[in-house]
Structure formats: C-alpha cells, structure tokens
Design a protein around this ligand. Structure first.
Ligand code: HEM
Length: 416
C-alpha cells in the first residue's frame, strides 16, 4: 500500500488539534502532487504568487470531472447563479464591487465601524448570561451566536426572524460536517435549507424593496450607481454567501482566540491592562491559528511552473494558507504567538481578487469579543487542552471550548 502523503495525514481528523508540525514537513517541498493529480502548495511566496495569478480559477466549472467531489461549503442556492467567491474576473469583480458599494469604503465607510458599540452590547449580554455558573462553552454560548447576530443586522434580517435564521445557519454548518451523517443525507438536508433560505431571502428582498432600511439588502435594491441595481438572482446568491463565508470562520477566530489567550496567560493579563493591543493580537491570531487553513476551490487554467514543478492545465490546486503563514522564510520564529509582531502580512484572509470581503467585520467582532471576555471572567481556565475539534480540515476550530471561572465581573457602563 502507498504511504500516506503529508497532506493525507493533515486530512486525518487525528491531526486536527495540531496540524502545524505536518505543515512544517509539507513546506520541505513547496509543491507536491497527490495521487489523484491535485497539487498542494505550502510555502508563502508560492501561495501569494498563485493567489494573484489569473491562470488560476475559482470556478468549479473549470475543473474537469470534478463531479462526485464533496461540494464546497460555499456552494450556493439551487437555481441561483454561483456566488462570487466561485466566479472569476470579470464577472466576479463586477458583482463584488456592487456588493461592496453598500458594505464599505469609499461609498459606505461607516457601515461596519458603526456596529462597534452595538456589537459590544451583544457581547456584553452574552457574557451576562454566564453569571451564576462556573463553567461555560465559549463556542455554543458566545462565539456561535455573535457572528450570526451581526450578519443578520448587516443584511437587514428583522430581530424576530433571527432564531429561524440561526436555525438555517446551524443546519448549513452541520451539513458540511462529515460526522453528522452520510454524504447523500447531508446534501439532502443542505438542499432543504437552501430552498427555505432562498424563499426567505426572496420575501425579505420584497419587503425591503417596498420599505428600504439601513441595511445591505435595501442598499443593493435601491443602488442607482454604475451597473446597479444588483439582479434578484445575484442578490440571493450574495446574501447566502455572506452568511456561509462569515459564520463559522468568525466563530473559529473568536474561539481560537480565547484558546490561545488561555494558553498564553501573560498575554491575557496584558490585554486586560492594555486593551489597545487587541489590534495586533487579532492579526497575529489570523496568522497563528487561522480559521481557514487552506483554499480548496482552485484549478489551473494553463500549465503553470511553480518552483520548478509544472502544474498541468486542469489540475486542482490547494493553497495551504496556514502553512504559508508559518513559513520561517517569511515570519521570524513562526511558531511563537507574538501579538507585537510587526509587518504581519499573514494569509488568514487569503489574497488577490478574492481577498476576504468581510475582513473588516470579522476584525471588529473579534476586537470587541476577546477584550470583553478577558476583562470580565475571573480566573478563567481551560477545562480540556486540547479541546475537542470539528473534523473539518479546511475550516478548523474546536467543536466546544469549555472554560471554568470563579466569577463574572459586571459589564462596563456604556459610553454615552
Ligand atoms: C475570521 C473570519 C474570517 C476569515 C478567517 C475569512 C477568511 C476568508 C478567506 C481566506 C477568503 C478567501 C477565499 C478564496 O480566496 O477562495 C475569504 C473570502 C470571503 N469572505 Fe471571509 N473570512 C472571515 C469572515 C468573513 C465575514 C464575516 C464575511 C461576511 C461578512 C466574509 C465574507 C467573505 C466573502 C464574501 C468572500 C469571497 C470574496 C471574493 O470572492 O471576492 N468573511 N474569507
């Protein structure tokens, strides 16, 4: 029997708690070919070059015989065009620009930053619920509800619909977890959720078209700029994409953040005294414990020479971002968690045309969440280290993170 490749060993759920030694082994060969013809890229410079290479596609229709493969998490709603994360330029750029016009600078500079105090209130409320107990699961009771509440607010999902919405978001995340059932059964569940969510967004778009609010969906519908408004089909695929791409990723960043702080009590203590250090700390987390470990949707559109190896046209290409972000050729002492690291150009949000759309939102959510947890939990400690992990090798994070504590300090007075 052929020996398992380093990549095969990374995929093994037994490696989930600590894949980093395997990534170090992987980097000894920046480009490797797997038995099924997939090419795995693990070093910083080679990953960055391919992220910016127009001969690399994100469109699944460019992958010959890709059928039987596990559909990507990002795969969208039935009967709706591919989400822009799975499109190539120029179609990708057109739709992303239309979506971005309502989300960030230069047209809507205040949208995300304006959520900071509201997010603090949500985080405060979640932590208030920890009082009277001495143990909490940070995943279920904090990191999971925060991003879904935030994305609902941004999209304009009314408060009363949020429990239903959270149910759909949970079901989508569940459907990609291989431990929740056989593939066909999970895809049936995913199809059902997609149909319900598609109907929901369609009704919501009707409601916002009649009475626009201060939210993304209303903005997309009422935009009168170049190329606007977004078509109804694109609107549905984009709304669905934001939930899928922005949910589990942010859950994992917050959870990995708390886990890393509890493993580095000196940094946790410092954060209480110096809340301003959270900016560099979040960037270092994205390098050191990235929620997206690898990009698995790329295909070579031509023969591409990478570090002396020719990747033939049509080959699937996997970019192991987490290995690149610990490349010693680029980051001194890469296995050290150093929130004071300068020039931290990590790969946590990818790069090139598909660079994370939601990065400013994910940053603010985590910048709010971690200092609140650090400040209010008295003597927090890990109940199990390592915690149990989800088996997913792409979106890596703990399934649960149990934390013990002695007490919960009162919330700070809101800034008027
Ligand atoms: C810590 C949290 C997050 C991480 C680590 C993360 C990471 C990433 C990465 C690595 C990519 C590149 C994918 C590729 O090149 O194929 C990406 C793309 C994307 N992310 Fe995020 N993300 C996070 C949060 C969010 C949030 C909160 C949203 C939504 C508000 C979001 C929306 C998107 C979208 C729409 C894309 C596709 C961009 C494009 O194709 O142009 N992400 N993200």
């Amino acid at each position: 029997m052929a020996q398992a490749s380093v990549y095969d060993r990374v995929l093994d759920p037994a490696s989930r708690a600590d894949p980093f030694p395997l990534y170090a082994e992987m980097r000894e060969n920046p480009v490797t070919r797997e038995d099924d013809g997939t090419y795995v890229i693990s070093t910083y410079d080679e990953i960055v070059a391919l992220l910016h290479d127009p001969r690399i596609s994100s469109d699944p229709r460019n992958r010959p015989g890709g059928d039987g493969a596990e559909p990507a998490l990002e795969e969208g709603l039935p009967g709706v065009p591919l989400p822009f994360i799975l499109r190539d330029p120029p179609g990708h750029d057109r739709l992303r620009a239309l979506a971005m016009r309502q989300f960030g600078p230069p047209h809507t500079p205040g949208r995300v930053e304006g959520l900071r105090s509201w997010l603090t209130e949500i985080a405060t409320g979640l932590i208030d619920n920890f009082a009277g107990k001495n143990q909490v699961d940070i995943v279920d009771e904090f990191a999971y509800p925060l991003p879904v509440t935030a994305i609902c607010k941004v999209l304009g999902v009314p408060l009363e619909d949020q429990p239903r919405f959270r149910g759909w978001a949970d079901a989508i995340v569940d459907s990609i977890d291989p431990t929740t059932g056989p593939f066909a059964e999970r895809m049936r569940r995913r199809g059902q959720v997609n149909a319900e969510l598609g109907q929901y967004f369609s009704d919501l778009a009707d409601a916002h078209a009649r009475q626009p609010g201060d939210d993304l969906i209303s903005g997309w519908l009422t935009d009168t700029g170049d190329g606007a408004p977004m078509s109804r089909e694109d609107l549905l695929s984009t709304a669905d994409l934001l939930i899928v791409a922005g949910h589990e990723t942010t859950v994992n960043l917050i959870t990995n953040g708390m886990l890393t702080l509890l493993r580095h009590p000196d940094v946790l203590d410092r954060l209480k005294r110096e809340p301003g250090m959270i900016i560099g700390l979040v960037e270092e987390l994205l390098r050191y414990e990235p929620p997206v470990q690898m990009l698995t949707t790329r295909t070579a559109l031509a023969d591409i020479n990478v570090d002396g190896t020719v990747i033939p046209e049509g080959s699937p290409v996997i970019l192991v971002l987490a290995a690149g972000s610990r490349d010693p050729g680029h980051f001194p002492d890469p296995d050290r968690f150093d929130p004071d690291r300068t020039n931290n150009k990590h790969l946590g949000y990818g790069g090139g045309v598909h660079y994370c759309f939601g990065a400013p939102l994910a940053r603010i959510e985590t910048q709010v969440a971690l200092p609140e947890l650090a400040r209010r939990l008295v003597n927090p400690r890990l109940v199990a280290d390592p915690p149990p992990y989800r088996p997913n090798p792409v979106l890596r994070g703990p399934r649960h993170l149990l934390i013990g504590y002695d007490a919960v300090l009162p919330a700070a007075e809101p800034v008027p």
